[in-house]
Ligand binder design. Structure first.
Ligand code: 5HU
Ligand code: ZN
Length: 163
């Protein structure tokens, strides 16, 4: 038998892909909630990434990032969610059978896109809106459609980037 000299403290697949999702979230201009997503093939290849932001051409300086106020004067009508951005950013064909790593549990609108895109597994971190109708509806649809979801398990490892 050959003795392997490989490193033992390499990061797991889940740490790797959730790390990429978290890094993507750092691109978000949303002052309150930054969300990142990373779509991965069944054989662990990264297919796409996304974060929450305004659509192309809609300047972060012209559109509002406020949470409150009149519907036309706050962010909710204008933001594209990280999961939808990750799906739309993929130009390579089918996402059938793919996995989605996301830093916040997907809302109902993203759930519809996720299901229709053929994504079959969700690995999420925060579920801070679990009690709200969009997330309750989302879980109801995932359960009906056979989309599996499980919470990311944090490890003790600190992953630092010094750039
Ligand atoms: O699944 C999601 N994905 C996603 O990208 N978002 C974005 C939209 C908003 O920019 C922000 C939520 O804002 P807030 O927490 O201030 O309500 O996160 C929100 C959700 C809701 O679950
Ligand atoms: Zn959403």
């Amino acid at each position: 038998m050959l003795l392997s000299d490989k490193r033992q403290d390499y990061i797991s697949w889940d740490e790797y892909f959730m790390g990429v999702a978290m890094l993507s979230s750092m691109r978000s201009k949303d002052p309150n909630t930054q969300v990142g997503a990373c779509i991965v093939s069944e054989d662990n290849k990264i297919l796409s990434m996304g974060y929450n932001g305004f659509p192309l051409g809609c300047s972060d300086d012209a559109f509002p990032w406020a949470r409150e106020g009149e519907p036309l004067d706050n962010k909710y009508l204008y933001t594209t969610h990280s999961e939808l951005n990750a799906i739309l950013n993929y130009r390579g064909g089918s996402l059938e059978g793919a996995k989605l790593y996301v830093s916040l549990f997907p809302c109902n609108e993203c759930a519809k896109a996720i299901i229709q895109a053929g994504i079959k597994t969700i690995i999420y971190d925060s579920d801070k809106y679990a009690h709200t109708p969009p997330v309750i509806a989302s879980k109801r649809m995932f359960d009906a459609a056979g989309v599996r979801y499980y919470k990311y398990e944090h490890t003790d490892r600190d992953i630092c980037l010094h750039v």
